[in-house]
Write a protein that binds this ligand. Sequence first.
Ligand SMILES: Cc1ncc(COP(=O)(O)O)c(C=O)c1O
Length: 380
Amino acid sequence: MEFETKIVRGMIQPDPTTGAIIPPIYQTATYVLEEVGKDKGFDYTRSANPTRQTMEEYLALIEGGKYGVAFSSGMSTVDSCLKLLKAGDHIVCSDDVYGGVSRHFDQLLTQYGLTFTYVDSQNPDNVSSAIQPNTKMIWIETPTNPLLKITDLKTVGDIAKKHDLLYCVDSTFATPVFLKPLDFGADLVIHSTTKYLSGHNQLIGGIVITNRVDLFESLKFIQKTVGAVPGPFDCWLTILGLKTLDLRMKKHNENGIQVAEYLESHPKVENVIYPGLASHPMHHIAKEQMSGYSGMISFELKGGLSSGKALMNHVKLCLLAESLGAVETMITHPATMTHVDVPREERLARGFSDGLVRLSVGIENVTDILNDLDQALNYL
Ligand SMILES: Cc1ncc(COP(=O)(O)O)c(C=O)c1O
């Protein structure tokens, strides 16, 4: 079966009792037992729920993995993966991860005895040299949020294997339509399902996918023990979103390329970061390991922060909002919105300026998006 068909169908069978084409929402907290010790595979929704299970299996299938474990947000997914470690362990992490991830690592998990070294993982040597005797995990985000840095997943996967480290990849920006980190040796692939996977700005959620039964069992244990689970209705909405994932991603990609090219040729634009442009320093790796580049673009205007603010305040179709990966085009000021908790010096050191603008290109008609940017750029 071709990948596009798998995405649409998810191997979901019509509901056996009614023939319903869409799986029902099992909006229930608990399940009645036939007798002591005899249930139908479900005993309490924190542990398992049929709608959630359908979504977990669906996501595992399209990621090309065996097991999926869902959580109530991308962040609780990240947290649950880090709960696989213990006090004293060290993690080597990409330096441009989503600001909520570094906030979680630096302001919460360090209190529980974990330590982190951030490196520019675009150069795999930086990853190797940061490994310590107590390193247990490599955490890669690719493309990163917001600088869209690209990590060579195969080379870093080999490093993880050589040192027997858990290899985790946050693939939220790429989605399984364009990138399959498990094929490059990842042990765990995570997504904020809030973004492209559910796709319509309708919920907050997360998923981790693995081929390893030991990790699956540990994550199931963490899921039922901590209870950061998505509700059945959110799982159902994700299932509906997934059915059009392939179609949406192709349109995000198509529009993304055109908007990136437009911005790159605009005289008021200083610099455009988009992995699909030949000017991206890691374009060759992106091209090799991804089959598309999604709709995420970061750029700086001549005139820096004040120009960036003027643009964001004058767009009409593009919505000034703190998220990404939905059908609507959204524009964000990372320094004051998504990455507000990343210390300024740290941001500047990694090339993330005050004036950086992040665009999540939606699936509207691309001419409308370009016209909107054009009229807003006229104010600068
Ligand atoms: C790459 C990445 N990972 C994880 C998260 C966290 O996801 P959530 O907002 O669903 O908790 C985000 C949020 O923006 C993100 O961009």
